[in-house]
Design a protein around this ligand. Structure first.
Ligand code: ATP
Length: 250
């Protein structure tokens, strides 16, 4: 496990005014792995995602992608370099089909935003192969021509992941992709995430410990803006400090 990391956070600090949400977080994400970030509410998981994807500027520290310092690049520049995050269901355009949603994402725009300036017919099948491959991978082939409002909740959540994949990322950030799901949808999402490893790298925030333990190669446990421990699921499960932070809930 000692190759060059795809993504490296080095001593990242994030302050909101006087409040320090991240107090020197370091993280090393190996390529073609599922790397989960867990921790109690308020631990700083979402803030860490924001700094890694460029949604919020960091206060100090550094972030490297493929050996390149991306600490001060805005989010759209990071997307160009292969950093993608899943959109929320609210970013799907309900009256557009799955195919059209994916096509817009492949063209580099979140559907909701695209609709502000787009008014004509959507471009022809420039991204047809990519869209077909993504739909197949996400189990959405049969519903490509349905509008996203006609999809089940599970299908909508998978389409969110699809929008991020349409940017052809090296690393994809998923923030609680299974929240609010029933058991069948959870199982298919788990299989999809595990399968992504063959082509890309996944960084995952997930509250469901069963899922985390099942599909992660590496887990970073956060607590109060710091990393408590980083390791394999087995090592994390056995860690005393982790057990204390979770009150033995693992
Ligand atoms: P959860 O599991 O509840 O989503 P989290 O681990 O993702 O929690 P964050 O959302 O990163 O935690 O929040 C970490 C801390 O930073 C919290 O105490 C939160 O109140 C604070 N925080 C987050 N965003 C801001 C902001 N924009 N301004 C001020 N404080 C913020």
């Amino acid at each position: 496990h000692a190759g060059r990391p795809l993504l490296l956070a080095d001593n990242v600090v994030k302050r909101y005014g006087k409040f320090q949400a991240l107090s020197g977080v370091s993280l090393s994400v190996q390529p073609n792995t599922v790397h989960s970030v867990i921790g109690p509410n308020g631990a700083g998981k979402t803030t860490l995602f924001h700094t890694l994807t460029g949604t919020v500027p960091l206060t100090s520290g550094a972030i490297h992608l493929d050996g390149r310092n991306i600490s001060h690049l805005p989010d759209h520049a990071r997307v160009q370099l292969g950093v993608a995050r899943s959109f929320q269901v609210t970013s799907l355009f309900p009256s557009l089909t799955v195919r059209e949603n994916l096509r817009l994402a492949a063209q580099g725009v979140a559907p909701r935003q695209a609709m502000r300036f787009w008014s004509g017919p959507l471009g022809r099948d420039a991204h047809g192969d990519l869209i077909g491959a993504i739909a197949e991978r996400l189990g959405l082939l049969r519903v490509l021509d349905r509008t996203s409002s006609q999809l089940s909740h599970g299908q909508q959540r998978r389409l969110e992941v699809g929008l991020a994949l349409a940017a052809r990322p090296k690393v994809i950030f998923l923030d609680e992709p299974t929240s609010g799901m029933g058991i069948d949808d959870i199982d298919s999402m788990k299989a999809i995430i595990a399968g992504l490893r063959s082509d890309l790298t996944v960084v995952l925030i997930e509250h469901n410990m069963g899922i985390v333990m099942d599909i992660s190669d590496t887990i970073t446990v956060m607590h109060l803006g710091k990393v408590l421990v980083e390791g394999t699921p087995r090592a994390v499960r056995q860690d005393e400090a982790v057990r204390r932070a979770y009150l033995g809930n693992m």
